[in-house]
Design a protein around this ligand. Structure first.
Ligand code: F6P
Length: 255
């Protein structure tokens, strides 16, 4: 059926808000699994929302992935905010360069006329390196900025898709399957009840840090992500969801 724009989405938005217990929901038309232009619309919606909340001298922590890369593509100068700094929420040298949080941060900062800092650490890390790396002064400094960020921009992924994309071992994938992992965010894998069933050893933002942020904005769309979105929001850590029509409708049909 043909969607006649805003009013129909308003209803959908408030249904999602109720279902996921959220402060803000923004829905764009279409299915980003099917069309790249829908992902661009998600990016634009995120940039627009960011412009309404950001103030000068703020730190904005961002994650990697293709959804965040699209937010960076759509970024515009932040008119009412000067001297903002973009920091990667986590290390991510495991992803393709264009999808790494570092790359995305730099691009966002350039387009927003802001500053950026980098976090040069692999993701995930071995136990041994982890303890050494987090003691490095430059890493420590960025981690402090990440933890103090008042705005966090992130995406949500399907658990198994993300584990494979990060080249997790078969052992890890089997474990995620047995534990019924549904979603992944910030290196945390959750089941459909929003319980953490596995955590990759990553340097950067931890779930507990999110409690201190004012706005934790999730950008995730596509019918295939509906279960992942639902699972992540059981945690109650993000207060804004920017998604698409297909994910929203699928979400309402789910458990
Ligand atoms: O790797 C960073 C990340 O934000 C993950 O936490 C999330 O699961 C994934 O990217 C989503 O990726 P995409 O936007 O490409 O679906």
């Amino acid at each position: 059926t043909f969607m006649n724009g805003i009013s129909e989405f308003r209803v959908l938005e408030s249904q999602i808000k109720d279902k996921l217990q959220l402060e803000h929901v923004i829905i764009v038309s279409g299915d980003s699994d099917e069309q790249q232009t829908v992902k661009e619309e998600l990016g634009k919606a995120c940039v627009q929302f960011l412009n309404t909340i950001v103030t000068s001298n703020q730190t904005i922590a961002v994650t990697g992935g293709t959804s965040m890369a699209e937010v960076a593509n759509q970024m515009k100068p932040l008119h009412q905010a000067t001297n903002c700094t973009f920091v990667p929420a986590r290390g991510g040298l495991g992803e393709q360069v264009e999808n790494q949080a570092n790359t995305i941060c730099a691009q966002m900062a350039k387009k927003a006329n802001g500053n950026y800092r980098m976090l040069y650490v692999p993701d995930p890390l071995s136990e041994e390196s982890y303890h050494t790396i987090i003691e490095e002064p430059t890493v420590k400094e960025i981690l402090q900025m990440v933890q103090d960020a008042k705005i966090v921009l992130h995406s949500i992924g399907d658990a198994i898709t993300m584990a494979k994309r990060r080249k997790a071992s078969q052992e890890v994938i089997d474990r995620l399957t047995t534990q019924h992992a549904v979603s992944e965010t910030f290196g945390f894998y959750l089941n459909r009840h929003g319980e953490v069933v596995y955590k990759a050893r990553t340097v950067g933002l931890q779930l507990a840090d999110l409690d201190k942020a004012q706005y934790v904005i999730a950008v995730a769309g596509g019918k295939s992500k509906a279960n992942a979105i639902q699972s992540y929001f059981k945690l109650g850590k993000s207060n804004v969801l920017i998604t698409d029509e297909a994910a929203a409708k699928e979400l309402l049909e789910g458990y």
